[in-house]
Design a protein around this ligand. Structure first.
Ligand SMILES: *[C@@H]1O[C@H](CO)[C@@H](O)[C@H](O)[C@H]1NC(C)=O
Ligand SMILES: *[C@@H]1O[C@H](CO)[C@@H](O)[C@H](O)[C@H]1NC(C)=O
Length: 244
Protein backbone atom coordinates (compact mmCIF):
# COMPACT_ATOMS: atom_id res chain seq x y z
CA UNK A 1 0.00 0.00 0.00
CA UNK A 2 1.13 3.50 -0.79
CA UNK A 3 2.48 5.14 2.35
CA UNK A 4 0.48 8.36 2.02
CA UNK A 5 -2.75 6.43 1.52
CA UNK A 6 -1.93 4.31 4.53
CA UNK A 7 -1.35 7.40 6.67
CA UNK A 8 -4.66 8.91 5.67
CA UNK A 9 -6.45 5.65 6.40
CA UNK A 10 -4.93 5.66 9.86
CA UNK A 11 -6.04 9.25 10.39
CA UNK A 12 -9.55 8.35 9.31
CA UNK A 13 -10.01 5.41 11.65
CA UNK A 14 -7.64 6.42 14.43
CA UNK A 15 -10.29 6.93 17.09
CA UNK A 16 -11.29 3.30 17.11
CA UNK A 17 -8.43 1.34 15.63
CA UNK A 18 -6.65 -1.29 17.67
CA UNK A 19 -2.98 -1.90 17.04
CA UNK A 20 -2.25 -4.99 15.06
CA UNK A 21 0.55 -6.99 16.70
CA UNK A 22 2.41 -9.72 14.81
CA UNK A 23 4.63 -12.08 16.80
CA UNK A 24 7.19 -13.81 14.60
CA UNK A 25 9.58 -16.61 15.56
CA UNK A 26 12.73 -16.24 13.49
CA UNK A 27 14.71 -18.50 15.81
CA UNK A 28 15.91 -21.82 14.39
CA UNK A 29 14.10 -23.64 17.21
CA UNK A 30 10.60 -23.79 18.63
CA UNK A 31 9.69 -21.26 21.30
CA UNK A 32 6.51 -20.76 23.29
CA UNK A 33 5.57 -17.06 23.22
CA UNK A 34 3.48 -15.75 26.07
CA UNK A 35 1.51 -12.63 26.83
CA UNK A 36 0.50 -10.95 30.06
CA UNK A 37 -1.89 -8.03 30.52
CA UNK A 38 -1.06 -5.63 33.35
CA UNK A 39 -3.96 -3.23 32.84
CA UNK A 40 -6.63 -2.55 30.26
CA UNK A 41 -8.53 -4.83 27.94
CA UNK A 42 -6.49 -7.83 26.81
CA UNK A 43 -5.60 -8.52 23.18
CA UNK A 44 -7.89 -10.89 21.35
CA UNK A 45 -5.53 -13.87 21.47
CA UNK A 46 -4.32 -16.74 23.63
CA UNK A 47 -1.92 -15.86 26.45
CA UNK A 48 0.50 -18.55 25.32
CA UNK A 49 1.14 -20.64 22.23
CA UNK A 50 3.69 -22.85 20.52
CA UNK A 51 5.67 -21.17 17.75
CA UNK A 52 7.77 -23.41 15.49
CA UNK A 53 10.61 -21.73 13.55
CA UNK A 54 9.54 -19.30 10.81
CA UNK A 55 5.96 -18.96 12.00
CA UNK A 56 3.97 -15.92 13.01
CA UNK A 57 0.63 -14.98 14.52
CA UNK A 58 -1.21 -11.65 14.34
CA UNK A 59 -3.83 -10.25 16.69
CA UNK A 60 -5.29 -6.92 17.75
CA UNK A 61 -4.30 -5.07 20.91
CA UNK A 62 -6.82 -2.44 22.02
CA UNK A 63 -6.15 1.12 23.11
CA UNK A 64 -5.58 1.05 26.86
CA UNK A 65 -3.66 -2.23 26.85
CA UNK A 66 -0.57 -2.34 29.02
CA UNK A 67 1.22 -5.62 28.85
CA UNK A 68 4.15 -7.71 27.79
CA UNK A 69 5.10 -10.43 25.35
CA UNK A 70 8.04 -12.77 25.92
CA UNK A 71 9.33 -16.13 24.80
CA UNK A 72 9.61 -19.36 26.75
CA UNK A 73 12.31 -21.91 25.98
CA UNK A 74 12.56 -25.67 26.19
CA UNK A 75 8.98 -26.26 27.30
CA UNK A 76 7.23 -29.57 27.82
CA UNK A 77 3.48 -29.38 28.32
CA UNK A 78 2.88 -33.11 27.87
CA UNK A 79 2.30 -33.54 31.58
CA UNK A 80 -0.16 -31.71 33.80
CA UNK A 81 2.72 -29.92 35.46
CA UNK A 82 4.17 -28.75 32.12
CA UNK A 83 7.18 -26.52 32.49
CA UNK A 84 9.74 -24.48 30.59
CA UNK A 85 13.44 -24.07 31.34
CA UNK A 86 13.05 -20.30 31.20
CA UNK A 87 10.31 -17.72 30.83
CA UNK A 88 7.77 -20.12 32.33
CA UNK A 89 4.54 -18.91 33.89
CA UNK A 90 1.68 -20.11 36.03
CA UNK A 91 -1.00 -21.79 33.98
CA UNK A 92 0.72 -24.08 31.48
CA UNK A 93 0.66 -23.39 27.73
CA UNK A 94 -1.57 -20.38 28.34
CA UNK A 95 -0.21 -18.10 31.03
CA UNK A 96 -2.30 -16.80 33.92
CA UNK A 97 0.47 -14.49 35.15
CA UNK A 98 3.78 -12.92 34.15
CA UNK A 99 6.74 -15.12 33.32
CA UNK A 100 9.69 -15.93 35.51
CA UNK A 101 13.02 -14.22 34.99
CA UNK A 102 15.31 -14.20 33.20
CA UNK A 103 13.29 -13.24 30.14
CA UNK A 104 13.64 -10.57 27.48
CA UNK A 105 10.36 -8.62 27.40
CA UNK A 106 8.54 -6.71 24.68
CA UNK A 107 6.54 -4.14 26.67
CA UNK A 108 3.63 -2.11 25.39
CA UNK A 109 1.66 0.72 26.98
CA UNK A 110 -1.03 1.72 24.47
CA UNK A 111 -2.18 4.23 27.01
CA UNK A 112 -4.42 6.53 25.10
CA UNK A 113 -5.34 7.83 21.72
CA UNK A 114 -2.30 10.15 21.85
CA UNK A 115 0.69 7.87 21.93
CA UNK A 116 2.11 4.44 22.67
CA UNK A 117 5.11 3.64 24.84
CA UNK A 118 7.09 0.63 23.71
CA UNK A 119 10.31 -0.98 24.92
CA UNK A 120 12.37 -4.13 24.93
CA UNK A 121 13.39 -4.78 28.52
CA UNK A 122 16.31 -6.76 29.90
CA UNK A 123 15.64 -5.40 33.40
CA UNK A 124 14.56 -8.91 34.36
CA UNK A 125 17.47 -10.45 32.48
CA UNK A 126 17.70 -11.95 29.02
CA UNK A 127 16.66 -15.21 27.43
CA UNK A 128 16.02 -14.57 23.71
CA UNK A 129 17.05 -11.91 21.18
CA UNK A 130 14.06 -9.72 20.43
CA UNK A 131 13.13 -6.64 18.45
CA UNK A 132 10.00 -4.57 17.89
CA UNK A 133 9.44 -2.85 14.57
CA UNK A 134 6.42 -0.86 13.47
CA UNK A 135 4.76 0.20 10.26
CA UNK A 136 5.30 3.92 11.00
CA UNK A 137 9.06 3.61 11.62
CA UNK A 138 8.78 5.06 15.12
CA UNK A 139 12.01 3.32 16.11
CA UNK A 140 13.28 -0.15 16.82
CA UNK A 141 13.48 -1.08 20.48
CA UNK A 142 15.64 -4.17 20.56
CA UNK A 143 18.06 -6.55 22.14
CA UNK A 144 18.89 -8.32 18.90
CA UNK A 145 22.05 -10.17 19.94
CA UNK A 146 22.36 -13.36 21.95
CA UNK A 147 23.51 -12.26 25.40
CA UNK A 148 23.61 -15.86 26.61
CA UNK A 149 26.76 -16.69 24.67
CA UNK A 150 29.08 -14.33 26.55
CA UNK A 151 26.99 -13.92 29.69
CA UNK A 152 29.28 -13.16 32.64
CA UNK A 153 29.69 -16.29 34.73
CA UNK A 154 27.92 -15.00 37.89
CA UNK A 155 24.82 -14.20 35.80
CA UNK A 156 24.61 -17.39 33.73
CA UNK A 157 21.54 -19.59 33.81
CA UNK A 158 19.29 -21.40 33.59
CA UNK A 159 20.99 -24.06 31.49
CA UNK A 160 19.63 -26.38 28.83
CA UNK A 161 20.03 -30.17 28.84
CA UNK A 162 23.47 -29.86 27.22
CA UNK A 163 24.63 -27.49 29.97
CA UNK A 164 24.64 -24.34 27.83
CA UNK A 165 23.22 -21.17 29.40
CA UNK A 166 19.91 -20.19 27.81
CA UNK A 167 19.40 -17.29 30.18
CA UNK A 168 21.45 -14.38 31.45
CA UNK A 169 20.20 -12.99 34.75
CA UNK A 170 20.32 -9.40 35.88
CA UNK A 171 22.74 -8.68 38.73
CA UNK A 172 19.67 -8.07 40.92
CA UNK A 173 18.15 -11.42 40.14
CA UNK A 174 21.47 -13.22 40.56
CA UNK A 175 21.69 -11.59 44.04
CA UNK A 176 25.40 -10.96 43.62
CA UNK A 177 25.37 -8.02 46.04
CA UNK A 178 23.37 -9.63 48.78
CA UNK A 179 19.98 -8.55 50.10
CA UNK A 180 17.74 -7.77 47.09
CA UNK A 181 15.56 -5.53 49.28
CA UNK A 182 18.47 -3.13 49.83
CA UNK A 183 20.62 -3.32 46.73
CA UNK A 184 22.17 -0.90 44.24
CA UNK A 185 21.69 -3.62 41.60
CA UNK A 186 17.93 -3.73 42.24
CA UNK A 187 17.35 -0.01 43.00
CA UNK A 188 15.79 -0.95 46.33
CA UNK A 189 16.10 0.17 49.96
CA UNK A 190 18.69 2.92 50.28
CA UNK A 191 19.13 2.85 46.49
CA UNK A 192 15.52 3.27 45.44
CA UNK A 193 15.61 6.57 43.55
CA UNK A 194 17.16 7.56 40.21
CA UNK A 195 19.68 9.69 42.15
CA UNK A 196 20.75 6.88 44.47
CA UNK A 197 20.58 4.17 41.79
CA UNK A 198 22.72 5.39 38.89
CA UNK A 199 23.62 2.89 36.17
CA UNK A 200 27.23 3.04 37.33
CA UNK A 201 26.12 1.31 40.54
CA UNK A 202 24.37 -1.53 38.74
CA UNK A 203 26.81 -4.38 38.20
CA UNK A 204 27.09 -5.59 34.61
CA UNK A 205 24.86 -2.72 33.38
CA UNK A 206 27.34 -2.14 30.57
CA UNK A 207 27.15 -5.77 29.44
CA UNK A 208 23.42 -5.36 28.78
CA UNK A 209 23.34 -1.73 27.59
CA UNK A 210 26.61 -1.95 25.67
CA UNK A 211 25.39 -4.92 23.66
CA UNK A 212 21.78 -3.78 23.44
CA UNK A 213 21.85 0.04 23.35
CA UNK A 214 18.18 0.19 22.32
CA UNK A 215 16.91 -1.86 25.24
CA UNK A 216 15.70 -0.84 28.69
CA UNK A 217 18.66 -2.13 30.67
CA UNK A 218 17.80 -1.27 34.28
CA UNK A 219 14.87 0.14 36.23
CA UNK A 220 15.69 3.84 35.76
CA UNK A 221 17.03 3.53 32.22
CA UNK A 222 14.55 5.95 30.73
CA UNK A 223 16.33 7.81 27.95
CA UNK A 224 15.14 7.94 24.35
CA UNK A 225 16.95 4.70 23.55
CA UNK A 226 15.22 2.88 26.39
CA UNK A 227 11.57 3.96 26.24
CA UNK A 228 10.19 4.59 22.77
CA UNK A 229 7.19 6.72 21.91
CA UNK A 230 4.92 6.33 18.90
CA UNK A 231 1.93 8.53 18.11
CA UNK A 232 1.00 6.85 14.82
CA UNK A 233 -1.00 3.83 16.01
CA UNK A 234 1.10 1.62 13.80
CA UNK A 235 1.12 -2.10 13.24
CA UNK A 236 3.76 -3.68 15.46
CA UNK A 237 5.92 -6.72 14.79
CA UNK A 238 7.70 -8.51 17.63
CA UNK A 239 10.44 -10.71 16.19
CA UNK A 240 12.33 -13.29 18.20
CA UNK A 241 15.90 -13.90 16.94
CA UNK A 242 15.89 -11.03 14.42
CA UNK A 243 18.66 -10.84 11.87
CA UNK A 244 21.31 -8.79 13.71
C1 LIG B 1 20.16 2.13 54.76
O1 LIG B 1 21.43 2.38 55.26
C2 LIG B 1 21.46 2.51 56.67
C3 LIG B 1 22.86 2.95 57.07
O2 LIG B 1 23.85 2.16 56.45
C4 LIG B 1 21.06 1.18 57.31
O3 LIG B 1 21.07 1.27 58.70
C5 LIG B 1 19.65 0.83 56.82
O4 LIG B 1 19.30 -0.44 57.31
C6 LIG B 1 19.60 0.83 55.30
N1 LIG B 1 18.23 0.69 54.81
C7 LIG B 1 17.72 -0.43 54.40
C8 LIG B 1 16.35 -0.38 53.79
O5 LIG B 1 18.32 -1.47 54.46
C1 LIG C 1 12.16 -12.88 9.91
O1 LIG C 1 12.14 -13.87 8.90
C2 LIG C 1 11.43 -13.46 7.73
C3 LIG C 1 11.35 -14.69 6.82
O2 LIG C 1 12.64 -15.23 6.62
C4 LIG C 1 12.15 -12.29 7.10
O3 LIG C 1 11.45 -11.85 5.96
C5 LIG C 1 12.21 -11.14 8.11
O4 LIG C 1 12.96 -10.07 7.59
C6 LIG C 1 12.85 -11.62 9.41
N1 LIG C 1 12.72 -10.53 10.38
C7 LIG C 1 13.74 -10.04 11.05
C8 LIG C 1 13.43 -8.89 11.95
O5 LIG C 1 14.87 -10.48 11.01
Amino acid sequence: MNYAIKLSLFAFVSDTIARSVTVQNNCSFTIWPAMYTETGAAPSYATGWEAPPDTQVTFDAPTGWRGRIWGRRDCDFSTSTGACIDGGCDGGLECSGPGSAPATLAEFALDSDEQDYVDVSVVDGFNLPLEITDSANCGTPSCPVDLNTNCPEPLQGPFDSSGAPIGCMSACEAKISGDPSNSPDCCTGNYSTPATCPPSGVQYFSYFKGNCPNALAYVYDEGSTALWVCASKPEYTVTFCPAS
